[in-house]
Design a protein. Structure first.
Length: 205
């Protein structure tokens, strides 16, 4: 394809070199402001080589071990283990932390290892349920990402929220799983209730 870009020089032909704040904001350890952002975040996007995965829990569920290390507990999920398998083959990871209502995001790049150490995981138990494993992430770079993408998307705006039933989210997913909507609705309700009950939580649709 004649308009494809295949090397870095080609990219720099159409994008200027970064300078100033985009470079200056890069940190190589977690300071007090980084820790505050992580502690307030209930939602993280985990990027691995070939996969992205959403992770969420109560704010602060990602534990800061020290200035260069965080621990991400792995709660019950669909058992596909896409991200975990990727990490076994390539430990390179990235995290993006979001806080509802805040337009900036916080990003970490680093390398991960999978741990089953009870000493690390037991303090992260929820209602007595200890995570099956966790990701120890060694931080190589960390920085606050500017607010442009969130502001453009208006993702936190009340007027932009969609009603799940009106959007027919389950209909879309049912089509992707070769189920009727009625079958998927029943499966979804039962699965969510069971998963939340196993962690001692109440399912709130």
């Amino acid at each position: 394809m004649p308009d494809s870009i295949t090397d870095i020089d080609g990219l720099r032909d159409i994008y200027a070199e970064p300078k100033g704040a985009p470079l200056d904001k890069t940190q190589y350890k977690l300071d007090e402001h980084s820790r505050r952002f992580i502690a307030a975040s209930p939602f993280v996007v985990l990027g691995t080589n070939g996969d992205v995965s959403p992770r969420g829990d109560d704010p602060g569920f990602v534990h800061v071990i020290d200035d260069n290390t965080v621990l991400l507990p792995d709660r019950k999920g669909n058992n596909r283990l896409d991200s975990m398998q990727n990490i076994v083959e390539d430990p390179t990871v990235a995290l993006m932390f979001l806080i509802p209502g805040i337009s900036e995001t916080f990003r970490i790049r680093g390398e991960a290892e999978i741990t089953t150490d009870p000493a690390l995981l037991e303090p992260l138990a929820v209602n007595g349920q200890v995570p099956a494993s966790g990701l120890i992430i060694h931080v190589k770079e960390a920085y606050i990402h500017c607010a442009k993408a969130i502001l453009r998307s208006k993702i936190w705006g009340e007027d932009n929220k969609l009603d799940r039933k009106e959007f027919a989210a389950t209909k879309i997913i049912a089509a992707h799983t070769n189920r009727s909507q009625a079958d998927y609705d029943a499966y979804y309700e039962d699965n969510m209730k069971q998963a939340m009950a196993e962690e001692g939580r109440e399912y709130d649709k």
